[in-house]
Design a protein around this ligand. Structure first.
Ligand code: TYD
Ligand code: MG
Length: 454
């Protein structure tokens, strides 16, 4: 009998090592290595038989440069995030926390795509559960098949029988292939089953939508390699306790990643929100002092985030400074700048700062919002709630330019803000006229006061 071959995989990023390691050299996480059996039982190829196309070399001059055909998904928001519809033969991964509505989104999409044969494979729920969900959504479709299966060889057999025009897999973490001995959901299984589905999509031109779970840290559970393999990665997010959901593109081989789609979960499935400011205004109440919104970038993703400050007279001799989600030393520096350069008496004040949503922010572009929140609390004047900020504050009180300013402006514009305050130096080379939002460039903290309180 052949010796079983095992490899250690980092469960965080998919880094592979022949021996166990305490710390992953690729992503720096501790204790993430797990041993997985990788010996392949045989090399027999599974799936992909019918309609298989072999690729041949073609002269580049003879390749037609027609744009890929897009399949309308029946949802304007989903089409937009995909870059204008679903591309034939593409593999799209939709990630999100459990319970956020991934299955609902894809089932609803499947039901709304009339005229295509759709195979929805679920490894998570029974056919009855899917039927109940379809009844809630309340859309009829006579071409949508539901299969409850997790073994890829059997899935491919059913694909041969149904011959779908679109394949949906819920979820990739439940699938397994018998070419590997490791358990479903392990890094090597996820990689292998995704590989099989990729080969299927590329050889038959049938698009595949995959659902993937997300870890506590907000990464796609399973390896980063999964993200590298597929054509498009979408992330579905939102607070489970509120109805709004945002679908973002994190990677797209066929479109831009700056688009986002907004949905609202209600009792009959997801409703598209075509006018984002409607969401924003209904979600936020009266303007309050000490609150400012920052237009941030986390990784590739622009997002608007609320910073809250409370400035009060210190009860004890030494004022307290406390901060959640923002570096305390940086807060102290900003307070010193305000004191020294602009003459605000903060030395005798307690200052508390909180970044909403429990997020830790490293992006220096949040500085200006922090300063604005502090000043608003100090003076006890509320700001209009349609203003946001994106700039760094330097030691001499100067307002500095930040990266990806256009992404920030676009996101704020898309979310319905009316004014964004940025550094004057960021305005060079950007055409503020394409945006509905008013872009104000400022130089120093005094200009901020002028913009805010007139
Ligand atoms: P689900 O699609 O099962 O989430 P995921 O696949 O991402 O785990 O959605 C689960 C939540 O959505 C659940 O809490 C119920 C809610 N829901 C509605 O509010 N309205 C609906 O019409 C449906 C189908 C679900
Ligand atoms: Mg689900």
């Amino acid at each position: 009998m052949a010796k079983t071959k095992t490899t250690f995989f980092c469960q965080n990023c998919g880094y592979q090592s022949t021996k166990w390691l305490g710390k992953c050299p690729a992503c720096g996480e501790w204790n993430t290595f797990v041993e997985e059996v990788v010996s392949k039982k045989d090399d027999k190829k599974h799936g992909v038989k019918k309609g298989e196309k072999k690729s041949k070399p073609v002269l580049i001059s003879q390749i037609s440069a027609e744009k890929e055909e897009r399949i309308d998904t029946g949802s304007g928001e989903l089409n937009r995030v995909l870059g204008g519809g679903l591309v034939s033969g593409s593999v799209v991964l939709i990630g999100g926390e459990p319970g956020i509505g991934k299955s609902t989104l894809l089932l609803q999409t499947a039901l709304n795509m009339k005229g295509l044969r759709i195979l929805y494979v679920t490894g998570e729920e029974s056919q009855q559960q899917i039927k109940m969900r379809a009844d809630r959504i309340g859309v009829q479709n006579d071409n949508c098949f539901i299969l409850n299966e997790t073994f890829t060889t059997d899935i491919f057999k059913q694909i041969d029988a149904v011959e779908p025009d679109l394949l949906i897999i819920d979820s990739i973490q439940t699938l397994y292939t018998d070419t590997l001995e490791s358990s479903p959901g392990s890094i090597s299984q996820i990689r292998e089953t995704t590989g099989e589905l990729m080969r299927f999509a590329k050889t038959t031109q049938v698009p595949v939508l995959l659902i993937g779970h997300i870890t506590k840290e907000g990464n796609l559970a399973g390896p980063k390699v999964l993200e590298h393999m597929v054509d498009t990665v979408l992330q579905f997010e939102g607070d489970r306790h509120y109805g709004f959901r945002i679908l973002r593109s994190m990677k797209n081989r066929f479109g831009s990643t700056s688009e986002l789609g907004i949905f609202e979960m209600h009792t009959g499935g997801l409703r598209e929100v075509n006018n984002p400011s409607e969401v924003l205004l209904s979600q936020r109440d009266e303007p309050a002092s000490g609150v400012a919104i920052a237009a941030m970038i986390e990784g590739q993703r622009p997002m608007l985030i609320e910073t809250q400050a409370l400035v009060t007279s210190a009860a004890y001799g030494t004022p307290q400074r406390s901060s959640t989600g923002f570096d305390l030393r940086r807060l102290n520096m900003l307070l010193a700048v305000l004191e020294k350069r602009s003459g605000f008496k903060l030395g005798t004040k307690d200052v508390f700062l909180n970044i909403a949503g429990g997020i830790r922010v490293g992006d220096p572009a949040i500085d200006l919002a922090v300063v604005a929140a502090i000043l608003s609390s100090l003076e006890d004047i509320a700001m209009e709630n349609n203003i946001c900020f994106a700039a760094e504050v330097g030691l001499s009180g100067e307002i500095r330019a930040v990266t990806h300013i256009e992404n920030r402006i676009m996101e704020a514009d898309k979310l319905g803000f009316e004014k964004i305050i940025v550094s004057k130096f960021n305005l060079k080379g950007i055409d503020t006229k394409h945006y509905r939002i008013k872009v104000a460039g400022i130089n120093k903290i005094e200009d901020l006061l002028q913009e805010l309180f007139g």
